[in-house]
Design a protein around this ligand. Structure first.
Ligand SMILES: Cc1cc2nc3c(=O)[nH]c(=O)nc-3n(C[C@H](O)[C@H](O)[C@H](O)COP(=O)(O)OP(=O)(O)OC[C@H]3O[C@@H](n4cnc5c(N)ncnc54)[C@H](O)[C@@H]3O)c2cc1C
Length: 466
């Protein structure tokens, strides 16, 4: 399936071979188009259905648990498209300009013209800085899961999971099932918030009950579940040695050598920005996201969005959104498309969106944490800027917009381009400036959207100038 596009004419370009990208590709192929699918990962599946790096004796059930059948189906369906599309794995799309994409593949950068751009770039973990969060042994929840899924290893011999969101319990449960020692799960939300899940029962009873079962199994295994934790500190001289927190006015401390930490997810939106899409604030995700209609069309003709990269909705929604957006692309080209199927997909997406509201209430983002971030805590890891330095810059220059904060403090100017720190910087800025999070804006995206070798970027620029 790999190789370079055979077609002389520009193809529809799909970025991301996760649930959204795969279902989009499938629908385009079914309509007789030949898309080019690129993904920086070595194999298809995206985040949730990530494949192991090499066969290691684990079954799909071991890897994906209750989602094993979905994972196998998605992998199989993508393999069945072999010969009908072009697929470049390990291909990072790092820039978009003038209707062309710069793609890093096999150590070189290729410029690809496309006819229709479908962005299915997914999400990454969202965090807020904590004392000790930069110590070796602290991983994001997603990172902890990747270690387990891809390499079959745990992040420590005694692991604590901390944060908010369904992934918190899921990853803890996956570690427990894999035989790792899970010392505790620290949930930032109070236990009472979980009653909101009952509102989700009529919408998706299977998911709610599965979540309850996982929590019960964690408890039965003797793993302590703590709710409403705050004032968290990770301790250690040169690596994680313990975690301390406050709960119901009492101090707690637990020794451990690995911590998985995350406060739900944030969308990967840089490519939509480089494509010129209009953005708007989304209150549920507490983020400025590319605008799209119910089908996935952006404000830029020929540019489409699907999956978590356009707002967090989960893997089932990503599959449906991928198919829906492909139907939109066909419709926009005047090609036959199944309008009834499109309507059914939109109805299902609306139902999932209502369920997302429930999850948000059950696993709320601890926005109040931001006022307690100690001045000495590192906020921007790339540029090594502390929360105190950011606060000082905000107050000294009277900053109330995120790009201005970047200019005066260098927050978000490093290798990650704000992908790790921007959400936290926005929260801190909103708090310090006394504004709502919706009023501080978003960092403008710059190429390369992810780190690439300097020589490669220069060569690409020279080629473009010639
Ligand atoms: C680390 C992590 C772990 C998760 N684990 C679970 C889980 O266990 N269970 C669950 O229900 N949900 C999980 N989620 C959420 C779930 O993965 C998503 O809801 C779902 O995968 C969304 O599908 P998607 O197709 O939108 O994006 P993804 O599955 O994230 O796929 C996006 C793909 O785009 C590729 N990509 C992104 N940018 C570029 C680029 N510039 N160039 C080339 N390729 C690019 C990525 O490599 C990725 O393969 C997880 C999310 C994360 C971030």
């Amino acid at each position: 399936m790999t190789g370079h596009p055979t077609s002389e004419r520009p193809q529809p370009l799909i970025v991301g071979a996760g649930p959204a990208g795969i279902r989009a590709a499938e629908a385009l192929v079914a309509a007789g188009l030949r898309p080019l699918v690129v993904d920086e990962a070595p194999a298809c599946g995206g985040q949730i259905y990530r494949q192991r790096l090499a066969p290691d004796g684990r079954s799909s059930r071991d890897l994906y648990g209750s989602e094993a059948a979905k994972a196998e189906t998605l992998h199989r369906d993508f393999a069945a498209l072999d010969g009908k599309l072009d697929y470049w794995p390990q291909a990072l799309l790092w820039n978009l300009r003038d209707g062309r994409a710069d793609i890093m593949i096999e150590g070189t950068s290729r410029q690809v013209a496309y006819d229709g751009l479908l962005l299915a770039t997914g999400a990454t973990d969202r965090t807020l800085p904590l004392p000790g969060w930069t110590l070796p042994g602290v991983f994001t929840l997603g990172g902890a899961q990747i270690a387990l899924k891809s390499q079959g290893c745990a992040i420590g011999s005694k692991v604590v999971f901390l944060g908010s969101g369904p992934l918190l319990y899921l990853v803890a449960w996956q570690y427990m099932k894999a035989g790792a020692k899970v010392a505790a799960v620290l949930d930032t939300a109070p236990f009472a918030a979980k009653f909101n899940l009952l509102r989700g029962l009529p919408l998706f009873p299977g998911i709610v009950l599965r979540g309850m079962r996982m929590t019960a199994e964690l408890k039965l295994a003797g793993i302590a579940l703590h709710y409403g934790v705050g004032d968290v500190r990770i301790e250690g001289a040169s690596k994680v040695e313990a975690i301390a927190w406050r709960q119901d006015g009492l101090e707690h401390r637990l020794t451990c050598d690995g911590i998985g930490y995350g406060l739900a997810l944030r969308s990967e939106t840089q490519l939509a920005d480089l494509a010129g899409c209009r953005f708007a604030f989304n209150a549920r995700d507490r983020a400025v996201l590319p605008e799209r209609d119910a089908a996935g069309r952006t404000s830029v003709p020929g540019v489409y969005l699907a999956g978590d990269g356009a707002g967090i909705a989960g893997a089932d929604a990503a599959e449906r959104a991928g198919e829906r957006v492909a139907l939109a692309l066909l419709q926009d080209r005047g090609l036959p498309h199944d309008a009834a199927r499109a309507a059914a997909l939109e109805a299902e997406l609306a139902r999932i969106s209502r369920f997302r509201e429930v999850l948000e209430a059950a696993f709320p983002f601890p926005a109040h944490w931001v006022r307690d971030i100690a001045d000495a805590t590192t906020l921007c890891r790339c540029e090594e800027i502390t929360a105190g330095e950011v606060r000082a810059a905000i107050n000294r220059f009277g900053v109330h917009e995120l790009n201005r904060l970047k200019a005066v403090s260098r927050v978000g100017m490093g290798r990650c381009q704000g992908r790790i720190c921007a959400a936290a910087a926005a929260e801190l800025l909103a708090h310090e400036a006394g504004r709502g999070i919706e009023a501080v804006g978003r960092l403008r995206s710059q190429a390369p959207v992810k780190p690439v070798p300097l020589t490669l970027a220069l060569t690409a620029q020279q080629e473009a100038a010639e």
